[in-house]
Design a protein around this ligand. Sequence first.
Ligand SMILES: CC(=O)N[C@@H](CCC[C@H](N)C(=O)O)C(=O)O
Length: 372
Amino acid sequence: MNPFIQIRRELHRIPELGFQEFKTQAYLLKYIQSLPQQRLLIKKWKTGLLVKVPGRNPSKMVGYRTDIDGLPIPEETGLPFSSIHPENMHACGHDFHMTIALGLLTHFVHNPIADDLLFVFQPAEEGPGGAEPMLHSKEMQEWMPDMIFALHIAPEYPVGTIAVKEGLLFANTSELFIDLQGRGGHAAFPHQTNDMVIAACNLVTQLQTIVSRNINPLDSAVITIGKITGGTVQNSIAEKARLEGTIRTLSPETMGKVKQRIEAIVRGIEAGFECGAKIDYGSMYYQVYNHEELTKDFIDFIRQDPHITLVECREAMTGEDFGYMLKEIPGFMFWLGVDTPFGLHNAKLNPKEEAIGVAVRMMTDYLTYKGN
Ligand SMILES: CC(=O)N[C@@H](CCC[C@H](N)C(=O)O)C(=O)O
């Protein structure tokens, strides 16, 4: 078996949540330390790694970033190399992203280019966000690349397809947690309580009016409540309820407007249901905005590759904290086709492994072109 497929499967077995990627960091480190060390410099940052491959005659540093964390989703693929952590899964392709970065790193350790290369193994992309603190860390500030690139797997495209666009690619995101506190009691005496299950249901419905009635239809936003908890038992009225969700917008300004409306609606729920409510926005990610000239140059480069089909795609409401890196370093992110019927964050996601070789070959060519 191709050694990188084996690596992907080993990484797939050990998904860990943000800033808990201890086994993953140790696995990556062990592999990287097995490469010839004379052309490698390694720094740890929390559960992530920064790996520099010094160039032959450097005039700049070219960066390549991968995320390394998994999601709190129990895997349902039935694969023989399924997660050994029953609550977690690499359901967003970070096992692919890491393997591709290792493939590139391996190539360039053996075939250095003129410029320095920096490989960024970043923790906590799914939350609470590793890119921004890593970017501002002493470790990374000492090794600031002049440009930086990253990819994300795309289930909907065939293997051999790359999708990208100049400018906005991914949305601004904010997590959303709302805790409701009322007065619980016996199910038979509702008039003595204020039921937080009813308040939560009303709140979910009212939140849906923000996108349909407060946002210009020519703009876009998403409010998804992915989880509701409340109550203790079927014959007791709930004293507490909690909504957990996420907000997505195409601009930081629209994010501000959505939050204003959420706050107004939550104040209305407090008044209407005589309860208390607390809003917590959790972690927030800045939009992924692809550098226009570099992306155009990449598109021109890819068009000449007979083995790649290029799709100039639309922006998506996914979020990525790589946006913080792109805010300060020119670069871009693109989608890599992996052809699977199950989408990102689905417990059955099973990307086609042939995409790993496609990405390593193509990005080897591109980084060689950029770094000479
Ligand atoms: C590519 C991808 O799926 N990224 C995640 C980023 C999550 C950010 C944060 N935890 C949130 O939920 O807002 C996504 O869900 O888009």
